[in-house]
Design a protein around this ligand. Structure first.
Ligand SMILES: Nc1ncnc2c1ncn2[C@@H]1O[C@H](COP(=O)(O)OP(=O)(O)OP(=O)(O)O)[C@@H](O)[C@H]1O
Ligand SMILES: [Mg+2]
Length: 613
């Protein structure tokens, strides 16, 4: 029962892989269709060439003949094509025909290759695009399910695997069977008895190859997994190379790399070892066939049952048959190799996006910066028995300045991430501007709610380009104004190139505190109604920190601001402070009120004050 279910599931999965990847062919359908057509034409011509050759030998070179008839015999049927009375003329005509066919076959071969390349590279491009676009739509929750290095592997190695397999499919899937069938037919029609020889070898070969292939597949799968590990280790090391160096962990990293790298090599060796047997097996079968055919065929020629040219053509067909079998076996291996890659790609493309744009056709504007949490529960894994945020009720007026404080892991970031809908609530609702956040278009909501994330990044490019992320149409004056409010203008102007300073990848050219201020300026340029600073001034000195808050109070009094901080001084002048403890609101009030009412707040404050003194 269960087995049947599993089988059905894997069948469904396969269909899904084909359907999803099939969609990626997109605008390259024509090229994809043309490839097998040209391949078949190439093969047709190729297959008839040995037949022409046998005519030259058997008819053109037969000294007993005076008239030279060109007949094509297929089975018992004989087609008369033409008769010539001059030996040289006959040989030149048939030879010319052979050259013409070879040339045409070459042209079709080139065309097939060209269209295969167009459609395979196009297919690869579309698959890559599919993954990348999908990842752009990922919510934070979706992102939590994948690690970055795995996504990079999927976008690169896996796409290349699938693209190569696709190319093989459209070229070989038609070529090998067509050639196989035609060559077998023609060989049988030349001499049925001789054909029995390789028909006897064929099953042995097929069984041998299938055994090798079925043993090789699990080994190849294991090898691919090791390559995943290798990619992950390399990527992790490269991303964190500065940490590795500062902790002098190079030796440890080198050892780790050595291990996974040699593991990957070992697994590949194990897999390839099997395939090493395949080639000699093919060749052994081929030469055994040749010897047998030469022996029996030679006897037939001596007894006058067969002509030399026919035997030559026959041997050509045997070679073609074995070649196409080899290609099919190779294709089979490629397909299984790429199956792992294909399902990894399809997994991303078909990932359910959990935060979708509102289905309301109307694009509501965010009226004001008010925020209401009503009975909000939240769990990262959507389990109500494992809540990360529980029973939150809050009402925040437009323009209010809210401080949030609490120990690490008390769900401060979790609380504010629900406002711009980076995650959706598990229970309850959140209203922004008097409307449930799920009713807004995501873009509208996120434009109105600017958030400086705790783990923020800048991108390669100049300071100005980075700030323009907030608003691509911002004028120079607006940029300077935002930078001033975020206390970034002065240090920017201290750089020789000012706003044109190149930040390098991930903003490596600025200090931690400078980076934080640039992130705040970038968020300010959105001209938001709500601004969330998640620990965004932790690396900024207290004086500058206080100046930034002063700016928010005076210059930006219409914006609702949430400031998450570890330092009590960073929130003490807020209109209200929320104290979070283990996913619950423990107290809300002003600095003065909380000093009286909240034990936690009082303790944190006195501990921090002691540090100051
Ligand atoms: N993406 C995530 N997936 C699953 N659990 C998470 C995720 N992010 C946070 N958590 C868990 O949720 C809880 C609250 O985390 P949160 O990041 O909100 O804490 P925080 O108060 O912001 O801490 P910090 O002061 O260190 O920034 C923690 O127990 C954490 O382990
Ligand atoms: Mg946090």
């Amino acid at each position: 029962m269960k087995e049947k279910e599993n089988k059905m599931n894997s069948e469904k999965k396969k269909q899904k892989i084909f359907r999803t990847l099939g969609r990626c062919i997109g605008e390259y359908k024509k090229a994809t269709l043309l490839t097998p057509i040209f391949v078949v034409m190439e093969v047709l011509l190729e297959v008839f060439i040995p037949l022409l050759m046998s005519q030259i030998v058997d008819v053109g070179m037969d000294s007993s003949l005076t008239e030279f008839a060109f007949n094509i015999n297929i089975g018992s049927a004989s087609f008369h094509i033409f008769t010539l009375y001059n030996r040289i003329e006959f040989i030149v005509t048939v030879g010319g025909l052979m050259a013409l066919m070879a040339m045409l076959s070459l042209v079709f071969g080139v065309l097939a290759g060209k269209f295969a390349a167009i459609s395979a590279t196009g297919f690869g491009k579309n698959v890559r695009k599919g993954i990348f676009y999908k990842v752009q739509d990922f919510s934070f929750l979706n992102m939590d399910n994948y690690n970055t290095s795995s996504l990079v592997t999927r976008l690169t190695t896996d796409v290349t695997n699938v693209q190569n397999a696709y190319m093989m499919i459209i070229r070989i899937l038609m070529r090998a069977p067509t050639m196989l069938i035609l060559a077998i037919l023609l060989a049988v029609s030349i001499n049925g008895q001789l054909a029995l020889i390789f028909l006897a070898v064929l099953p042995i070969l097929i069984v041998g190859l299938s055994i090798i292939a079925s043993l090789a597949f699990p080994r190849f799968n294991a090898m691919l997994k090791k390559y995943d590990d290798l990619n992950e280790t390399t990527q992790e090391d490269l991303v964190g190379i500065r940490v590795v160096k500062s902790f002098v962990r190079s030796d440890h990293e080198i050892n780790k790399f050595k291990n996974v790298s040699s593991m990957a090599q070992k697994m590949q060796l194990r897999a390839e070892n099997l395939l090493c047997i395949a080639m000699p097996l093919m060749q052994f079968a081929m030469y055994a066939c040749m010897v047998a055919i030469a022996w029996f065929g030679g006897n037939k020629i001596i007894s006058g049952e067969m002509e030399v040219g026919s035997l030559m053509a026959f041997i050509s067909y045997v070679t073609q048959i074995l070649m196409s079998l080899m290609m099919l076996a190779f294709l089979f291996v490629m397909l299984v190799l790429s199956k792992a890659s294909a399902s990894r790609i399809v997994e991303v493309i078909n990932e359910d996006i959990d935060i979708k744009d509102s289905e309301n056709t109307e694009d509501f504007a965010v009226a004001d910066g008010s925020v209401v949490f009503s009975n909000v529960d939240f769990s990262y894994n959507k389990k109500t028995d494992n809540l990360h945020l529980e029973g939150v009720n809050l009402e925040i007026k437009p323009g209010e300045k809210i401080g949030i404080i609490g120990g690490t892991g008390s769900a401060k970031s979790t609380l504010v991430q629900l406002i711009p809908r980076l995650y959706d609530v598990t229970n309850g609702e959140i209203l922004v501007g008097g409307r449930d956040v799920r009713e807004y278009k995501l873009e509208t909501l996120r434009n109105a709610v600017a958030m400086v994330l705790q783990k923020n990044v800048l991108f390669s490019g100049t300071i100005k380009e980075n700030l323009k992320w907030g608003n691509e149409n911002a004028t120079d004056e607006q940029i300077v104004e935002a930078a001033k409010a975020a206390q970034a203008h002065d240090f920017i102007m201290n750089f020789p190139k000012g706003y044109e300073t190149d930040l390098g990848q991930g903003g490596v050219n600025v200090s931690g505190g400078q980076k934080q201020r640039l992130c705040i300026a970038r968020a300010l340029l959105k001209n938001p109604k709500i601004m969330i600073l998640d620990d965004s001034t932790s690396a900024v000195d207290t004086a500058t920190d206080s100046k930034i808050r002063q700016q928010f109070r005076e210059g930006l009094d219409h914006i609702t601001v949430f400031i998450i901080a570890q330092r009590v001084t960073s929130v003490s002048d807020a209109d209200r402070i929320i104290v979070l403890d283990d996913g619950k609101i423990s107290a809300v009030g002003t600095h003065k009120e909380l000093l009286k009412s909240s034990e936690i707040y009082k303790e944190v404050y006195s501990l921090q004050q002691r540090g100051v003194k």
